[in-house]
Design a protein around this ligand. Structure first.
Ligand SMILES: [Fe+2]
Ligand SMILES: [Fe+2]
Length: 248
């Protein structure tokens, strides 16, 4: 667990040491403002108990106001039912995934504890701080959002910026770090169009830190700029495909 930002009753914590065995390393992010908390992309069952304890070290579990699910992948949503059953937090889930989440065992009784995030995004109030759920569809899921925290000036970028095997706190050498992001982005990001839309969107925001759901965090204006420029120049997904599929 380490701190991304702390000032004036506002805290941004990254829990990065709960994955084990075959699980891909994941960051579980927590935003606390005036004692109210939002948990982002809580992951699966096997880390549920440990993460629950980490939250109670920051604030009362009764103050967990939101659980944000950026998209429908197992490393995001597998433990959704447990979280909604054991807390009074409001789930926030992309609207297009609402009808699918029940297949993860989300019981009918907690389904109305989830607010569907409309395609154009949503602003939510956390203890007086307005957090923005910004559309980032197709990066990589067709229904996907990122969270912008205007006080900490942190953009939580979900799977965009994910790295596997590299530094899992702050990235120090961007060029060295590229190798740990490239493979994931080439395969899991669909193409340049949504990347360009993302670049055009985030260039309008004041960002000090970009914090992905896997691996290293980009802190400081120079690292943030390097990352946005890298995304702007990236070729991935169907841009890299050939003319036909192999037939095995
Ligand atoms: Fe994903
Ligand atoms: Fe992920």
């Amino acid at each position: 667990m380490y701190t991304l930002y702390e000032a004036d009753g506002h805290k941004n914590i990254c829990v990065n040491d709960l994955s084990f065995a075959h699980m891909v390393d994941s960051n579980q992010h927590i935003i606390v403002h005036n004692n109210e908390a939002m948990l982002l992309d809580p992951g699966g069952h096997k880390i549920f108990t440990k993460l629950f304890t980490e939250i109670t070290s920051l604030t009362s579990i009764n103050n967990l106001k939101y659980i944000f699910f950026s998209h429908q992948d197992p490393d995001i949503i597998a433990a959704a039912n447990g979280w909604l059953m054991t807390t009074s937090a409001r789930g926030l889930l992309p609207e297009i995934w609402m009808r699918f989440i029940t297949h993860f065992g989300v019981d009918k009784m907690v389904l109305n504890q989830i607010t569907p995030i409309p395609d154009d995004g949503l602003a939510v109030n956390l203890g007086g701080c307005e957090l923005k759920l910004i559309p980032a569809h197709f990066l990589h899921s067709p229904g996907n959002f990122q969270v912008y925290d205007p006080q900490a000036r942190i953009l939580y970028s979900g799977d965009l910026g994910a790295s596997v095997g590299g530094k899992n706190q702050f990235v120090e050498d961007f060029d060295h770090h590229i190798q740990f992001m490239e493979g994931f982005h080439h395969r899991y990001m669909p193409g340049t169009k949504p990347l360009k839309m993302w670049v055009n969107t985030v260039r309008q925001l004041e960002i000090d830190t970009i914090a992905p759901q896997h691996g290293g965090v980009f802190a400081g204006p120079e690292m943030v700029q390097r990352f946005i420029d890298w995304v702007d120049s990236l070729e991935c997904g169907f841009d890299r495909l050939g003319d036909s599929y192999p037939i095995p």
